[in-house]
Design a protein around this ligand. Sequence first.
Ligand code: Z5A
Length: 210
Amino acid sequence: MKGRLITLEGGEGAGKSTLLAGLREHFARSGLDVVYTREPGGTPVGEAVRALVLDPAQRGLAAETELLLMFAARAQLVRDVLRPALVAGRWVLCDRFTDASYAYQGGGRGVDMVHIAELERLATEGLKPDLTLLLDLPVADGRARASQRGGADRIEAERDDFFERVRATYRARVQAEPRRFCVIDASRPADEVLRGAVAAIEALRAGETA
Ligand code: Z5A
């Protein structure tokens, strides 16, 4: 595959949407043709899954059900959006990917990581991001920011200890694969966060043309 897959991860309130808006402007100016998509979502079935898993009315959703739904959406996204774009040589920026399942369902909900690895093999057929931008922020700070948005979805309504485990799992994944991740201190002002992300992406681009 000739294209490149960049994923964006972070805990609640870390500022992914804000960063994405900045990256869209940057790519538009620099003339790089980028496919933007998100998880869960990005396909009709993925968006239906998103509505279901974030719906606060789905109170009794089992952790295993939640995990399978995330991977059902992911399998469709890989086949319909990610692989075709990457095979065509396009760059893809995906708002969350498999790391989120390890962090939220594995770390947060306590689902066995072995099951997640099995589903990863099935759903992604070995597709890994070339670069993952992780926005890292203390849980209390992220929650304070997110609370200004109001109207918590089903996952945002979890307690602080859930989000501490999510953050710890993201950090453990960085330890395991340091070359794939660029960890950005999300407590910095938004323009500095954007600069850090752009630097990491431009380094990847420079590697392509070197
Ligand atoms: N999920 C899962 O469990 N398993 C999976 O496999 C996958 C997902 C794929 C939806 O994700 C949920 O799905 C998510 C994980 C789960 N649940 N949670 N929690 P999402 O990515 O669509 O939703 P999100 O986490 O809410 O991301 P978001 O919409 O990008 O929000 P955000 O990171 O909080 O970003 P924001 O809206 O840009 O920032 C929040 C506020 O902070 C806002 O007022 C900004 O103006 C402010 N902000 C942003 N940056 C800054 C800086 N640098 N300084 C100060 N203030 C800032």
